[in-house]
Design a protein around this ligand. Structure first.
Ligand SMILES: Cc1ncc(COP(=O)(O)O)c(C=O)c1O
Length: 388
């Protein structure tokens, strides 16, 4: 996958020696910048915008994100609990498969529950009615319009398990629903959303006026400088006016885009068919998308000339390799700090302690005031507690 973000912004002047490593450093000012873009979309389009916790759930920053956003979207019971405990605003919970024993609590925590199939909705309808809680029910549909670069990140790819295929959607499936939800994008601009909407609008046009809302999911790279915000505003306004529904977006990346570093340290360096550096950041433990996507994270201060060094983690996994990089100051030496850009989203939420590799600390920096605060650090007991 090609990296579309990676603007260092104020991190270009952040002194990496201010933090212990490994460490995530999130810039509050960068979050506020992204949120200003989302606030503008909300104001001009009338859309409601939820934070996708799966991407970014550093709840210490809830005061910043929820000053603008309308709530959160959760991926199941645990995120719904996190949402209710730490984030103001509404909670929408979608899971591809709910468990019966979780649903009463999910119903108590959520304003909206979105099912992946009408079959699950039908199976749990009575149980939910008995819960006595008040909430909306929605259905995630699969538009069957593939626009993604990588099939692994394309919920609309043929044979997808995510969302009920729109070609199978019938009027009877809408019984008991307040809205429809679709999510098919990943780090995309406006054009793929427009293509998706053009394809599904004719199929939904008769039903939408009977519903309260339409949720267009996440994956919209709205806060990226080249995103066509005006076109998005026009589309949302058009849908609201034509069908009388509320329109929701639930971005994750767009909230935290280019807002975080992962800072590490060079531990050792030697030659084996090129320079190999062992670092205290692990791809598999700290940035699993590097291996899963795969993608190559951008290095702060990277240059195009000079000797290339392969950076790899301290784990036993041969494939725990982050990539080949050229450092501005020449070949790095043990003890030297470095940082990967754009690590606030989908890294902090995915860390593991495989091999007993320590979890990165979490710092909040405000590049406007230069205030730096270590909001969380993890010790060995965190590793011990997860095993038995
Ligand atoms: C249902 C749903 N909503 C929202 C999102 C957030 O997407 P992004 O972080 O790319 O904006 C995702 C991401 O996988 C998702 O699956």
């Amino acid at each position: 996958m090609t990296t579309k973000a990676g603007d260092p912004g104020a991190f270009a002047r952040f002194d990496l020696d201010r933090v212990e490593t490994p460490a995530f450093v999130v810039d509050a000012a960068a979050l506020r910048r992204n949120l200003a873009v989302l606030a503008d979309v909300k104001r001009r389009s009338g859309a409601k915008v939820l934070l996708a916790l799966k991407a970014f759930s550093m709840w210490e920053t809830a005061g910043i994100t929820q000053a603008v956003l309308d709530g959160t979207c959760a991926s199941g019971l645990w995120e719904a609990r996190l949402a209710r405990k730490h984030y103001p605003g509404m909670v929408e919970t979608f899971c591809p498969g709910f468990k019966a024993q979780d649903l009463p609590e999910i119903a108590a925590l959520s304003d909206t529950i979105v099912f992946n199939t009408p079959q699950q909705h039908a199976r749990f309808r009575e149980l939910l009615e008995r819960s006595g809680e008040t909430f909306d029910v929605g259905l995630r549909i699969n538009p069957e319009v593939s626009t993604g670069e990588v099939p692994k990140y394309d919920p609309a790819a043929p044979g997808s398990r995510l969302g009920f295929p729109i070609s199978q959607l019938r009027e009877e499936h809408l019984s008991g629903l307040s809205g429809l939800h679709f999510h098919t994008l990943c780090e995309q601009d406006f054009a793929p959303l427009a293509r998706t909407w053009e394809a599904i609008e004719p199929r939904l046009a008769d039903w939408l006026p009977r519903l309260d809302w339409l949720n267009m999911g996440g994956g919209h790279h709205i806060s990226r400088a080249d995103y066509d915000v005006d076109a998005l505003v026009r589309l949302i306004e058009g849908i609201r006016n034509k069908y009388g529904v509320s329109v929701y977006l639930e971005p994750g990346e767009a909230v935290a885009l280019d807002a975080g570093l992962l800072v590490g340290e060079i531990l050792d360096i030697f030659d084996n068919d090129g320079l190999q550096a062992i670092v205290d950041i692990s791809a598999t433990c700290h940035m699993p998308d590097v291996i899963e996507a795969p993608y190559r994270p951008a290095l702060l201060g990277e240059t195009e000339t000079g000797t290339s060094v392969r950076l790899g983690g301290p784990s036993c996994l041969a494939g725990d390799v982050i990539g080949d990089y050229r450092f501005a100051g020449g070949v790095p030496t043990p003890g030297q700090r470095f940082a990967f850009l754009d690590q606030a989203h989908y890294s902090m939420v995915k860390t593991t302690t495989f091999n007993g590799v320590p979890l990165p600390s979490i710092y909040l920096w405000d590049s406007d005031s230069d205030k730096l605060e270590r909001v969380r650090s993890f010790d060995w007991t965190e590793f011990e507690r997860r095993l038995s």
